[in-house]
Design a protein around this ligand. Structure first.
Ligand code: SF4
Length: 263
């Protein structure tokens, strides 16, 4: 059984990236999980033998409860939380400071070493905000991981990006590079690689609408939630979707996981 359980904390976002799998943006429905549900998922995941938690969105830090919820989740299992890294004002930095004492890593998107190219697919001023937030978080002792999502990247550009993340205080071991997956807005924009279930990492993923095959499952296209990778509408008790996912995995050939290096 895959070891991580993901939760979609929310679907709305302060920005609107061109390749967003969930068509997130400021005006979309929140589809939020309550902190109580997130905590119940974490507790039951631990009891069922899962070893890690992931929290994604939308922009997770639009949820005011997020700093405290991440700390509470991490009392159960180690957490990686995805964020676009654009909301870390002094006020929010003060609120997340205690995460340095918790088993929480923040995964921040940074795609390119040049501001203009990076911001093309993300948002104006994105590069400046992100490259300011990362050292602010690192200074406070918070683990930061950088995710680079690209169709392709030249060696020279990648070298400069890696030099940049090292300068910002993030080691190579905390840098992941992944392709754009052709779902959601990426599909509308004709971007990314086609992926079917066997190409995608299978990690039980809980949303307000049900449980999915993995974090690339509960995507949104033309305002409608994709259900091709829906496992169960029931999310709690967690044992129900966990058993259903296990049933699906048992029919899957060994070694077929994540063939496109999507993570
Ligand atoms: S990719 Fe992330 S940061 Fe960009 S719009 Fe989607 S949720 Fe927001």
């Amino acid at each position: 059984m895959p070891s991580r359980v993901w939760m979609y904390a929310n679907y709305h976002c302060n920005i609107q990236c061109t390749y967003c799998l969930t068509e997130s943006g400021p005006k979309v429905a929140q589809r939020a999980l309550s902190p109580e549900t997130m905590l119940a998922v974490a507790e039951q995941a631990r009891e069922l033998g899962f070893t890690d938690l992931g929290v994604t969105g939308g922009e997770t830090f639009l949820m005011p409860h997020m700093p405290d919820t991440l700390a509470a989740l991490s009392a159960n299992l180690p957490v990686v939380a995805l964020t676009n890294g654009t909301l870390f004002s002094r006020r929010l930095l003060a609120k997340v400071e205690h995460l340095a004492e918790c088993d929480v890593a923040l995964q921040i998107s940074l795609d390119r070493p040049d501001a203009d190219v990076n911001d093309e697919m993300r948002a104006p001023d994105n590069f400046r905000k992100v490259t300011q937030a990362i050292p602010d978080l690192v200074e406070r002792g918070i683990t930061v991981r950088i995710a680079t999502t690209v169709e392709s990247i030249e060696d020279n550009e990648l070298d400069r990006l890696c030099a940049l993340h090292r300068d910002l205080g993030v080691p190579d071991s905390e840098h992941i590079i992944r392709p754009i997956v052709r779902r959601g807005r990426a599909d509308t924009e004709d971007l990314g690689v086609e992926a079917v279930a066997s190409d995608l990492p299978s990690e039980l993923t809980i949303t307000d609408d049900g449980a999915f095959w993995g974090p690339f499952g509960p995507t949104v296209k033309d305002g409608v939630l994709d259900t091709d990778l829906l496992v169960t509408r029931t999310t709690l008790p967690l044992e129900t979707p966990a058993r259903a996912l296990l049933g699906l995995l048992e029919g899957r050939p060994e070694g077929a996981d994540s063939t496109l290096n999507i993570r």
